[in-house]
Design a protein around this ligand. Structure first.
Ligand SMILES: O=C[C@H](O)COP(=O)(O)O
Length: 247
């Protein structure tokens, strides 16, 4: 069975109640490819606003979730709290959290397990720095990030893997179709060898890093690119063109 095309919109720490409502209304009203699964990730403060306005089947992701069920963890949000707010997905392992907030592989994997155990889908981000790419360590870095998850998680059916080379995020410097396909293919091989044939066939592997309405059409023609995780362009009307890119 073909994998359903998946497009996530990561608003990061952008927007206000007014602008996020406008973006949501635009996405609601636009003509969209019904074959694309669309998930938007507004800042935590606006998850409930998004829940109120976003129309099904569009879904909402948190940008992060904690791995403890409750308690004295100032500033954190639990899996049960997301479920209470009808939030069905979370991003985890974004490089901005790995680099700026120093989240390591083990912590990201622990949060991934907590989310999946609670029934929340995970958009699991992985990717290499420019230095790591120049040292030819891309596949090694990405698979070691995935390996940390494999040590804690056996069911991959609710994981979407987002390959996001750090050097391409927010820089306007998109990976070439060949560069992206090569890493996506390596991730699929890794899934086949280390998880299962089923996981390799069914897991969506999406690309993130300066995706725009201009480059999405070529990227999505690659056999192992099953969609996109979009940052900056998800705040613009062009997000709909990315949702429709494989039409
Ligand atoms: O989560 C999204 C990625 O970090 C990509 O962001 P960007 O599209 O602004 O480069």
């Amino acid at each position: 069975m073909p994998r359903q095309f998946f497009v996530g919109g990561n608003f990061k720490m952008n927007g206000s109640a007014e602008t996020i409502k406008k973006i949501i209304e635009h996405i609601n009203d636009a003509e969209k490819d019904p074959k694309t699964e669309v998930v938007i990730a507004p800042p935590a403060l606006y998850l409930l606003l998004a829940r109120e306005h976003l129309k099904a089947p569009l879904e909402i992701a948190a940008q992060n979730v904690f791995d403890k069920p409750n308690g004295a963890f100032t500033g954190e949000i639990s899996v049960d709290q997301l479920k209470d707010a009808n939030i069905t997905w979370t991003l985890l392992g974004h490089s901005e959290r790995r680099v700026v907030l120093q989240e390591d592989d083990a912590f990201v994997a622990s949060k991934t397990k907590a989310a999946l155990d609670g029934g929340i889908g995970v958009i699991f981000c992985c990717g290499e720095s420019l230095e790591q790419r120049e040292n030819n360590d891309t596949v090694k870095v990405v698979t070691s990030q995935l390996k940390a998850v494999k040590e804690k998680v056996s069911d991959w059916s609710k994981i979407v893997v987002a390959y996001e080379p750090i050097w391409a995020i927010g820089t306007g410097k998109v990976a070439s179709t060949e560069q992206a396909q090569e890493v996506h293919k390596a991730i699929r091989e890794w899934l086949k060898n280390e998880v299962s044939e089923k996981a390799a066939e069914e897991t969506r592997i999406i690309y993130g890093g300066s995706v725009s309405e201009k480059n999405c059409k070529d990227l999505c023609k690659q056999p192992d690119i099953d969609g996109f995780l979009v940052g900056g362009a998800s705040l613009k009307p062009a997000f709909v063109d990315i949702i429709n890119s494989h039409l």
